[in-house]
Design a protein around this ligand. Structure first.
Ligand SMILES: C[S@@+](CC[C@H](N)C(=O)[O-])C[C@H]1O[C@@H](n2cnc3c(N)ncnc32)[C@H](O)[C@@H]1O
Length: 220
């Protein structure tokens, strides 16, 4: 889960958010609205959102792909960071959660940038490849069901252009990846994914201890 950065004591984390995050009002309200949901911890943290804002601007991203929308916070961060016209193909299976996002995307005036595709994301990504979108994206963010991470990553490597970036959330998984006693399916899948990326010579990588662990993979 990623609504806060791992291992930071609360006082220091509050300080980091106070001085390191500029969260627009519409994003703050979406975060507050999401906080009322039982699954609110699935949302990326404001410091993660802030990092994405600068990162997306740095790489000049305009065509983005997102796997795992939830209530649309990371989607909105992305939409606010990219130029107009710029697009986000956003994949999720939940109409209920993404409907919350739509309200805030509309309010922020960025709804036209977001192409929401509801359905199992492996099928959606295969559809994008079938539509001829190989190498069509500057940036991809993977943040959905952990068991499919390797499948999402393989497709993202094809969909992102050379020099483009793939970001993958939850790759430290509350520290469970380093605990040999943790053998549940999600932990095992993330460990396998981390092993795959560490050995993948198609990309340059960095695994950051931001949020719940964030892997960056730049396509060579
Ligand atoms: C961790 S949340 C995404 C959080 C989001 N990035 C944010 O910042 O708020 C994971 C999302 O993946 C979606 N999901 C789970 N399995 C999926 C699948 N097979 N295909 C597409 N989306 C899926 C869930 O519905 C959920 O909204």
């Amino acid at each position: 889960m990623s609504s806060q950065t791992l291992g930071l004591e609360p006082r220091l984390r509050d300080y980091l958010v106070e001085f390191g995050v500029r969260e627009p009002d519409v994003l703050r309200r979406l975060r507050e609205r999401t906080a009322a949901l039982p699954d609110s911890r699935m949302q990326i943290s404001p410091e993660h959102g802030q990092f994405f804002h600068v990162l997306l601007r740095l790489i000049g991203a305009a065509r983005c792909l997102e796997v795992g929308v939830f209530t649309g916070y990371s989607t909105l961060v992305t939409a606010l960071a990219i130029p107009d016209p710029g697009t986000i193909t956003a994949c999720d299976i939940s109409r209920e959660w993404t409907d919350i996002g739509r309200e805030f995307w509309r309010e922020a005036g960025v709804e036209q940038k977001i192409d929401l595709r509801l359905g199992p994301a492996l099928e959606t990504l295969d559809g994008l490849l079938a539509e001829g979108r190989e190498e069509a994206y500057d940036f991809a963010f993977i943040d959905a069901d952990k068991e499919n991470y390797a499948g999402y990553y393989e497709r993202a490597v094809r969909l992102v252009r050379t020099g483009g970036l793939i970001a993958v959330d939850n790759t430290l998984w509350s520290g469970q990846v380093a605990d040999p006693r943790a053998q549940d399916t999600a932990t095992v899948a993330i460990r396998e994914f981390n092993r795959l990326v560490a050995a993948d010579d198609r990309v340059e990588i960095s695994l950051l201890p931001l949020g719940d662990g964030l892997t960056l993979a730049r396509k060579l």
